[in-house]
Design a protein around this ligand. Sequence first.
Ligand code: PAF
Length: 275
Amino acid sequence: MKTVHTIAELRAVLAPKRAGGVAMVPTMGALHDGHLSLVRMAETPTVVVSIFVNPTQFAPHEDFDAYPRDLDRDLKTLAMTGADIIVFAPSAREMYPDGFATTLTVGGPSAGLETYFRPHFFAGVATVVAKLLLAALPDTAIFGQKDYQQLLVVTRLAADLGLPTQIIGAPIAREADGLAMSSRNAYLDPHERAVAGNLNKVLREAIARARQTGDLREAEAYGAATLKAVGFDSVDYVAIRDAQTLAVIAALAQPARVLAAAKIGKTRLIDNLAF
Ligand code: PAF
């Protein structure tokens, strides 16, 4: 395993490995089993794992400063996989040099949902992901389906820019009670952690209700009310959408996805399920 901190070093280290195939797993660190499941999905001999807490995807009031950072621990976690991993851990200055003035905005799947609550988020994600993919030029890049809207935005971005990288969505890794693995789960105290386990259960109930009644708006309202009833402090959305476009749908005529974002204390959790 090798750790590099600059784009030039990354390209130099990758040059002799490129012919064998390169996968990339972009992360913000604080690695957990969910990230390792992304690394395991790589089908190439070499995997680049980027670790960069990207400032441009956080609003000033969000948790950029509090976001867990422990590079030594992350490196030990990755070393245990035994894979041929190159860790790309750039500084903020490496990614955003003095005078940086470019921001990418993606239309289509960026509309609505997360954008209502985090208007800056997808421009920050799109800009940094484009930079990461251009730095490594991997054959594949693997993103978790937990950030489902992000996965669609990144897929759109790669297609629109003609990047030579296939974007792969990986199944959501879950704790025993169904809670989607997330670096932000570390913020939860024991009581909040117990409440958090209900997010996935309530989404399953909302799906059952939508199937039973066919009334998707009622199923969303039921999901949001139930999340409040089980202890979430606020619910940003429970939404049943077209799985490909995230457009609002009136009936279950095509593959659908139920997506949710809700807060317990200061921690905002997201999850989604296909149906
Ligand atoms: O999902 C994440 O961890 C981040 O949004 C990503 C894709 C690494 C971009 O900073």
